[in-house]
Design a protein around this ligand. Structure first.
Ligand code: ME8
Length: 515
C-alpha cells in the first residue's frame, strides 16, 4: 500500500426518475471541490457518484414512457453524465446499481447477513411511499381528513401494504449506535442532526427494517427466493463499498480507500436522508464487520421563495439554463459560497447575478486583470521579483496572505466549504484595497524599484487567490493560471515566494464580463 494519505468521498446516488436540478448539482459540486482540494494537498483521492436505478418508482416511470426499465435508465443516465461533464464534475467512478459487479455483491452480502442471522423472514404490514422509497407506521404518518395517509415531509400519498418480507435486525443495535455517536462526535456533521436522530428514532426504539419487496421485480433478487427483491435502500447504500470492490475478487481499491486506519471517508447527503446514512448504514457496516466512514455530512436544502423545489410547485431550477447563460464556474461558485452548508439556502436569480457581478467580475476578475495589465504596462510582462517587506502595505498584505492560506486549509479540512470561500473573498477584498492604497500608477512615475516590490506582492497574492479558488472555479482559474504563467503549480505547498523569483505574465484577458 502506498504511504500517501487517502480521501474517499461520495454523493448520494440519484434516482433517474427525473432530470437533475441545482440541488443535485450542489451536493456533487461540494464533493468535486473537496476532491480537487485534497489533490492539492497531496492526497490520493476517490470520488464516487452514480445513480440509484432499481425499485418500484423507476419501474413505474419506465412504464409511463413505454420503455423497459433498463432502457429507461440507460437513457436517463446519458443526461446525468452530460451534466457532470458540463460542470466539471470529475468523478473516479459513476456507479449504477444495475452494474453487474454491484448486483453480485449486493446479493452475496444479503446471503451472508442471512447466514449470520441478521436477516429473518416475516410479514410486513404498514404504510409505504413509492416516491420516497420509505416505510412508515401509522403513528409516524399523517392521516388527512380524506382518510388517507401522507408522507410527513414530502407529502406523497402512502399506500397500505401487507406482504411477506425479510427483515434486518437493526433493533438490537440502538444502544451500540448511540454510544458510537457519543464516542465519534465527527461522525455526523452538523451535530444538531444527531440529536434529531436520537430523539426521533433511537430513543423510542429502533424497529427492524423490512429489506425486501414482492410487489415489483425491478431489482436484485434474493438468492434462493426469487420472488423477493432486495429493498432499494440496502441495494443503494451498499454502492459505497461495492464501487471499491468490497467482497469481490479484487479488493485493491477497497483496501486503498476504505479498509485502513488513516482512510478519510466522507459521505455527502442532503438532510432528508440522514436517517438512512446515520442509522441503517452504520448498523449494516457493523453487521458486516466493516469499518465505519469518518463523517456523514448532511447539508441543508436549496429552496426558492416558493419553498422546496418540486415539480408540482413549478419552481425547479434547471442547471443547464444557468450554465448556458452564466457558465459552469459561476454556478459552482454561487452554490458553494452562498449556500451555508448547515442551513437551507434560498436561490434567486437576482442574488445569483449580484454575486456574479460583485465577486467574480469586480473582485476576482478585476484583480487579476489589473495586475496582469500593470505588469505588462510597466515591465513588459516580466519582473525579477522583490519580496521585501519594508513597505508597510507590502508587509500587511504578506501577513494577510499567510493567514488566509492557513485559515483556508483549516476550513477545508473541516469540510467548511463556504467558510473557505469567505476567507478567499476577504483576501480578494484586501488585495484590491492594497492596489488602491499603494497606487502603483503613481509609484510608476517616480520609483521603478518600489514598483517592482509592490507589484511582486500583488502578483503573488493573485497566484495564491487563484490557486485557492481552483477547486471551485475550474475553467476560469485555469485561464487565469495561464495568464499568470503558473499552470505548473499543483500543490498548495508550492505557494512559497521562493518559487516565484522570476514573474511573467501573458496578455490580459477578461475572465468574467459583467452582466
Ligand atoms: O434520495 N437541495 O436520491 P434523490 C439540496 N437515491 N440538495 C438536494 C436537493 C435540494 N433541494 N434536492 C436533492 C435519493 N438534493 C436516493 C439516495 S444514496 C445511497 C440513495 C440532493 O435523487 C441531496 O444530496 O432523491 C439529496 O440527498 C439528494 O439529492 C436526493 O437525491
Amino acid at each position: 500500500m502506498s504511504s500517501k494519505k487517502t480521501f474517499y468521498i461520495s454523493t448520494p446516488i440519484f434516482y433517474p426518475s427525473g432530470n437533475l436540478h441545482i440541488g443535485h448539482v450542489y451536493t456533487t459540486a461540494i464533493a468535486d471541490s473537496l476532491t480537487r482540494y485534497k489533490k492539492m494537498r497531496g492526497y490520493e483521492t476517490y470520488f464516487l457518484t452514480g445513480s440509484d436505478e432499481h425499485g418500484e418508482k423507476i419501474e413505474q416511470k419506465a412504464k409511463e414512457n413505454n420503455l423497459s426499465p433498463q432502457k429507461y435508465v440507460d437513457e436517463m443516465i446519458v443526461n446525468f453524465k452530460k451534466l457532470w461533464d458540463l460542470i466539471d464534475v470529475k468523478y473516479s467512478r459513476f456507479i449504477r446499481t444495475t452494474d453487474k459487479d454491484h448486483e453480485t455483491i449486493v446479493a452475496k452480502t444479503f446471503t451472508k447477513l442471512q447466514k449470520d442471522k441478521f436477516i429473518y423472514k416475516d410479514f410486513y404490514e404498514g404504510l409505504y411511499s413509492v416516491s420516497d422509497e420509505e416505510f412508515f407506521t401509522e403513528q409516524q404518518a399523517k392521516k388527512h381528513e380524506d382518510g388517507k395517509y401522507y408522507h410527513p415531509v414530502s407529502g406523497h400519498v402512502l399506500k397500505k401494504v401487507k406482504e411477506a418480507s425479510y427483515f434486518l435486525e437493526i433493533s438490537k443495535f440502538g444502544k451500540w449506535l448511540k454510544q458510537y455517536f457519543y464516542d465519534h462526535p465527527e461522525f455526523v456533521i452538523p451535530e444538531k442532526r444527531i440529536n434529531e436522530l436520537i430523539n426521533n428514532f433511537i430513543d423510542p426504539g429502533l424497529k427492524d427494517l423490512s429489506v425486501t419487496r414482492t410487489s415489483f421485480s425491478w431489482g436484485v433478487p434474493v438468492n434462493g427466493d426469487n420472488k423477493h427483491v432486495i429493498y432499494v435502500w440496502i441495494d443503494a447504500l451498499m454502492n459505497y463499498i461495492t464501487a471499491l470492490g468490497y467482497n469481490s475478487n479484487d479488493e485493491t481499491l477497497f483496501n486503498q480507500y476504505w479498509n485502513h486506519d488513516n482512510a478519510e471517508i466522507v459521505h455527502l447527503v442532503g438532510k432528508e436522508i440522514t436517517r438512512f446514512h446515520c442509522i441503517y448504514w452504520p448498523i449494516l457496516l457493523k453487521m458486516l464487520n466493516v469499518k465505519q466512514p469518518t463523517t456523514v455530512l448532511a447539508h441543508g436544502w436549496i429552496v426558492t421563495k416558493e419553498g422546496k423545489m418540486s415539480k408540482s410547485k413549478g419552481n425547479v431550477v434547471n442547471p443547464l439554463d444557468l450554465i448556458e447563460k452564466y457558465g459552469s464556474d459561476a454556478l459552482r461558485y454561487f452554490l458553494l459560497k452562498e449556500i451555508k452548508l448547515n442551513e437551507d439556502g434560498v436561490f434567486s436569480i437576482d442574488h445569483f447575478e449580484s454575486v456574479y457581478n460583485n465577486d467574480l467580475s469586480n473582485k476576482y476578475g478585476n484583480l487579476i486583470s489589473r495586475t496582469v495589465s500593470m505588469i505588462n504596462k510597466y515591465f513588459s510582462g516580466n519582473i525579477a521579483s522583490d519580496f521585501s517587506i519594508e513597505n508597510k502595505f507590502c508587509k500587511k498584505l504578506s501577513l494577510r496572505i499567510e493567514e488566509a492560506i492557513f485559515d483556508y486549509n483549516n476550513a477545508m479540512d473541516k469540510l467548511k466549504i463556504n467558510n473557505a470561500l469567505d476567507i478567499v473573498s476577504d483576501l480578494l477584498r484586501d488585495s484590491n484595497k492594497y492596489v488602491d492604497e499603494t497606487t502603483p500608477w503613481i509609484v510608476a512615475k517616480t520609483d521603478k524599484k518600489e514598483l517592482q516590490n509592490v507589484l511582486s506582492w500583488l502578483y503573488y497574492s493573485c497566484v495564491v487567490i487563484n490557486t485557492l479558488l481552483k477547486p471551485f472555479i475550474v475553467k476560469k482559474s485555469k485561464i487565469a493560471a495561464g495568464l499568470l504563467e503558473v499552470s505548473h503549480i499543483k500543490l498548495i505547498d508550492d505557494l512559497q515566494i521562493a518559487n516565484f523569483t522570476n514573474i511573467k505574465v501573458k496578455e490580459n484577458k477578461i475572465l468574467f464580463p459583467r452582466i
